[in-house]
Ligand binder design. Structure first.
Ligand code: FES
Length: 148
């Protein structure tokens, strides 16, 4: 190999390396995690300090239902047994995603896998270290109210 040929080959290899690096640098960034979409009932406050959520019969034992009270507050109501309703701020204490709902007897967050107790709101699995915020509820006749 003479000097001109060696110089040309070295230049070609350097150009290939540059193209490879450029290709790596051009890879798209990983999309940021977004909260899963979910169905949320939107409700209007009945009076200051309380909000009618609806009939208790709409929340079956062992399930939960979300209510968007405002752009800043979504409530998850759970029904761990026939006579018990629990209200929680649906904003996950790990990183703020709105929890998905009740799955396999736990409140589930779809963002990073946190699980919370449906009766106490305490974390039971995943990255969350603190309980969901509690919301006071009141049953009046056949209806459920949030006291905010
Ligand atoms: S925001 Fe809920 S697990 Fe991360």
């Amino acid at each position: 190999m003479n000097l001109d040929r060696r110089t040309a080959l070295t230049g070609a290899l350097a150009a290939t390396g540059t193209l490879t690096l450029a290709a790596c640098a051009a890879e798209p960034e990983v999309a940021a995690t977004t909260p899963p979409s979910a169905t949320v009932d939107q409700v209007e406050p009945a009076t200051s300090g309380e909000t009618l959520l609806g009939p208790t019969a709409e929340i079956m034992v062992g399930t939960g239902k979300k209510f968007e009270i405002s752009s800043a507050l979504t409530i998850l109501v759970t029904r761990p047994n026939q006579d018990t309703f629990r209200g929680f701020n649906a904003s996950c204490t790990h990183s703020g995603c709105i929890v998905t709902g009740v799955k396999d007897d736990q409140i589930a967050c779809g963002c990073h896998g946190a699980r919370f107790n449906t009766d106490s709101g305490e974390p039971e699995a995943g990255p969350a270290k603190s309980a969901l915020g509690k919301i006071l509820l009141e049953v009046r006749g056949a209806d459920l109210y949030a006291l905010i």
